[in-house]
Design a protein around this ligand. Structure first.
Ligand SMILES: Nc1nc2c(ncn2[C@@H]2O[C@H](COP(=O)(O)OP(=O)(O)O[C@H]3O[C@H](CO)[C@@H](O)[C@H](O)[C@@H]3O)[C@@H](O)[C@H]2O)c(=O)[nH]1
Ligand SMILES: [Mg+2]
Length: 195
């Protein structure tokens, strides 16, 4: 934190149950040189990792579907969302986290992952940086049914579908999760099913 245009940063805790919501008050020097006081609410739930599992031979991807209650509150009538497998880092590094999440949520035990991107998820409100990965999977890597960790009350459906179908769902707005859209578009742009 070394921006000399930000001064007197104060943090007021608004909520700290599972994750942390702070109200930040600070002085900021605008581009025209004037100083103003700004207030921003800032939600900290740590960083995360996400992965697109793909199989070149079958031309398929593995995705998940689960209830995302915030989307239910904002236009998603069933509340279910199709997503690439993802999880919060907790105390793991991104690579270990995504391997663990992949096994918990999809049942596939993967050894080799490739990092393709690192990006802020929603920089106006969330502190989160998300680490994006891809990895090849095959049916012999399946060690359990997936579904998520019981102690987290996760209830995750595992979806294996042709890559083309995932792209169609995205075009029709039926895949509406940004991290998943990013990875599907990464796969398209980089022709990962052809190389
Ligand atoms: N009790 C309780 N449990 C919660 C709460 N919020 C989340 N949980 C539980 O904690 C689990 C966390 O699961 P992860 O798989 O580690 O995280 P995620 O929710 O899938 O998050 C991933 O996707 C997010 C949304 O795109 C990303 O923001 C995040 O970085 C990550 O990639 C959730 O599935 C849910 O069961 C809460 O407020 N209270
Ligand atoms: Mg998850």
């Amino acid at each position: 934190m070394s921006n000399t245009r930000i001064k007197n940063l104060k943090k007021e805790l608004l909520s700290h149950h599972r994750y942390t919501l702070n109200k930040l008050t600070f002085d900021y020097q605008l581009n025209n040189g004037e100083w103003v006081t700004q207030i921003r609410e800032c939600y900290d739930r740590g960083n995360g990792a996400v992965i697109l599992l793909y199989n070149k031979e079958k031309q398929t991807v593995v995705l998940t579907r689960q209830l995302r209650i915030p989307t239910y509150m904002n236009g998603n009538s069933e509340g279910l969302l199709i997503e690439a497998c993802a999880g919060l880092l907790d105390d793991d590094n991104p690579e270990d986290c995504i391997k663990k999440e992949t096994e918990e949520e999809t049942g596939y035990r993967i050894n080799h992952v490739k990092k393709v991107l690192e990006a802020y998820s929603s920089p106006g409100t969330l502190t989160e940086i998300l680490h994006y990965f891809i990895a090849e999977y095959s049916s012999d890597m399946r060690v359990n049914k997936g579904g998520g960790a019981k102690n987290e009350t996760e209830d995750i459906e595992v979806l294996e579908m042709p890559f083309k179908e995932a792209i169609e769902l995205m075009k029709r707005g039926e895949i509406k999760d940004l991290k998943t859209v990013c990875l599907l578009q990464y796969a398209q742009i980089n022709n990962i099913f052809k190389n």
